[in-house]
Design a protein around this ligand. Structure first.
Ligand SMILES: Nc1ncnc2c1ncn2[C@@H]1O[C@H](COP(=O)(O)OP(=O)(O)OP(=O)(O)O)[C@@H](O)[C@H]1O
Ligand SMILES: [Mg+2]
Length: 400
C-alpha cells in the first residue's frame, strides 16, 4: 500500500483532477452565458436605461426566491452599463453593496461611500452619526453632480437591522432626490424575502417599489441546462455521469429551482469523487454530497448558538427522559458543572421552541389526561455530531 498522502499528492501532481477549473464552481463566479433570463436582463436594463441619458431611473425592487439569478443578472447589467460609462465621460456612478455581508447599517453606508471615492478622512469607518454619514454621501453626489445608482443586495437584512435601530434610513434613501440640488440617486433593492416590504412604512414601500421585477422559479429542466453549462467549463470532458447530473438538477430544482444549490451540489460531489480518486462523478457521489451539505448546515447552526442554547441541547442529550421538566433538571445540572447561573424554566421552554424551528430537535405534545399535557423533545441529529461540534467550545469541554 502506498502512503495515503503520497497517493493524494501524486494524483494532484499528475493532474488527474476531474475539476479543471474550480473557480467556475464558486458562487461569486459570473458565467459568460446567463440562461433562461433574457427577459429579466432586458427588464433590469430597461429600467436603468435612463441613467445613460442623464436622467434619474425609477427606484427598483428585484424579487425572487434564493438562487434564481437576481444578483447575477443585476451585476451583469451594471457591468455592461459601466463599460459604456468608462468609454464616455458621464458622471455616472454605479455602486453595489450586500447588506448581509456588511451586517451594520454604518458598514453598509461606508461601503457605498468608498465606492463614491470618499476616503477615510472624508468618511471615517466609525464614529459618526448615521445621519451624518448619509449627509456626506449625498454631498458627494451633489458636489460632483453624479447620477448614482445604489444597489443594495439582500435588502431584507437591512430592513431587519434598520427597523430595530434607524427606521428612517429607507425613507431617507428613497427620498434622497428631494434633498439633492444636483445629480440624482436611484435605489435598486434585491430581496429573496417576498414579504419583507410588509415590515416597512407605507410611504417607503411606494417610493422603493416605483418599479418591481420578479424573478420566477427555475424548473428542473432549466436547472439542468445551467448545470450542464457550468460542468462543461469546470470539469474535464465526460467526467460527470448523466444520472449524477439529473439527480443534482432534480434535487435543486425540486423545490423552487435553486441554481446556487445545484452548483454547490455538483462541486461537493466532484470534490468527493476526487478524494476517492474516481475519474467520474456518479449518482452516489451526489448522494454523499447531499448528506455532507446537510451535515455542514447542521454543524454551522449548532456552532452559532449562544451558550445557554448549547447547554439546553446537551441537556436533551443527557436527560433522563424527554419531557420539558426532565430536560430542565438536566440543564440545571449542566449549569452547575460549568459554573453558570441557570435561566428560568419558562425561558428554557421558550428556547426549546426556538431551537425546534431550526430542525435540530423535534417536539411532540403528549396528553396526560387530568395531568394536562407536556411536550417531549428529541434530537434529530446524531449525538456524535453534537459532541464533535461542541467539544471546541472551552466552556463545554468538560461535559461533552
Ligand atoms: N440563469 C443562470 N445561468 C447561469 N448561472 C446561473 C443562472 N442563475 C443563477 N446562476 C448561478 O446560480 C448561483 C446563484 O445565483 P444568484 O447569486 O444570482 O442568486 P440570487 O437570486 O441572487 O439568490 P439569493 O436570493 O440567495 O441571493 C450563482 O452561482 C449564479 O451564477
Ligand atoms: Mg443574491
Amino acid at each position: 500500500m502506498s502512503d495515503p498522502i503520497d497517493k493524494l499528492l501524486d494524483a494532484a501532481e499528475s493532474g488527474k483532477s476531474i475539476i479543471k477549473n474550480r473557480d467556475i464552481l464558486h458562487f461569486t463566479h459570473i458565467p459568460n452565458i446567463i440562461l433562461h433570463r433574457d427577459s429579466e436582463q432586458e427588464q433590469v436594463a430597461q429600467s436603468l436605461l435612463p441613467i445613460l441619458k442623464h436622467s434619474r431611473p425609477s427606484n427598483l425592487l428585484v424579487y425572487g426566491k434564493p438562487g434564481t439569478g437576481k444578483t447575477l443578472v443585476v451585476k451583469k447589467v451594471l457591468s455592461k452599463i459601466q463599460e459604456r460609462v468608462e468609454k464616455s465621460n458621464f458622471p455616472i456612478k454605479l455602486v453595489y453593496s450586500n447588506s448581509k455581508e456588511e451586517t451594520t447599517l454604518y458598514g453598509l453606508l461606508v461601503s457605498l461611500g468608498r465606492q463614491l471615492n470618499l476616503n477615510e478622512k472624508e468618511l471615517p469607518t466609525t464614529g459618526l452619526a448615521i445621519s451624518e454619514v448619509f449627509k456626506r454621501l449625498l454631498n458627494r453626489i451633489d458636489e460632483e453632480k453624479l447620477n448614482a445608482i445604489f444597489v443594495i443586495d439582500e435588502i431584507d437584512y437591512l430592513a431587519q437591522v434598520a427597523l430595530k435601530t434607524h427606521n428612517d434610513i429607507f425613507y431617507n434613501l428613497t427620498r434622497a432626490n428631494e434633498r439633492l440640488k444636483q445629480g440624482s440617486l436611484t435605489l435598486v433593492g434585491i430581496s429573496n424575502d417576498l414579504t419583507f416590504k410588509e415590515k416597512l412604512d407605507s410611504r417607503v414601500i411606494s417610493s422603493l417599489g416605483e418599479e418591481e421585477i420578479v424573478f420566477t422559479n427555475y424548473n428542473v429542466e432549466q436547472i439542468k441546462k445551467i448545470l450542464e453549462e457550468r460542468i462543461n467549463e469546470a470539469f474535464i470532458e465526460n467526467s460527470v455521469e448523466e444520472p449524477a447530473l439529473n439527480l443534482c438538477a432534480a434535487l435543486a430544482g425540486g423545490e423552487h429551482g435553486d441554481a446556487r444549490r445545484a452548483i454547490a451540489l455538483i462541486r461537493v460531489a466532484g470534490e468527493i469523487a476526487e478524494r476517492q480518486q474516481s475519474n467520474k462523478v456518479t449518482i452516489e457521489h451526489v448522494r454523499d454530497a447531499t448528506k455532507k451539505m446537510e451535515e455542514d448546515k447542521e454543524e454551522t447552526s449548532l456552532k452559532s448558538y449562544p451558550l445557554h442554547e448549547k447547554l439546553v441541547i446537551l441537556a436533551i442529550l443527557k436527560a433522563n427522559g424527554s419531557s420539558t421538566g426532565e430536560i430542565y433538571s438536566s440543564y440545571k445540572n449542566l449549569c452547575k458543572v460549568v459554573g453558570r447561573d441557570e435561566l428560568t424554566q419558562r425561558r428554557v421552554t421558550q428556547m426549546l421552541s426556538e431551537i425546534e424551528l431550526s430542525g435540530i430537535i423535534t417536539g411532540r405534545l403528549i396528553h396526560q389526561g387530568i395531568h394536562g399535557r407536556t411536550k417531549k423533545y428529541k434530537l434529530t441529529v446524531s449525538s456524535e455530531m453534537i459532541k464533535n461540534t461542541f467539544k471546541d467550545d472551552l466552556t463545554l469541554q468538560d461535559i461533552v
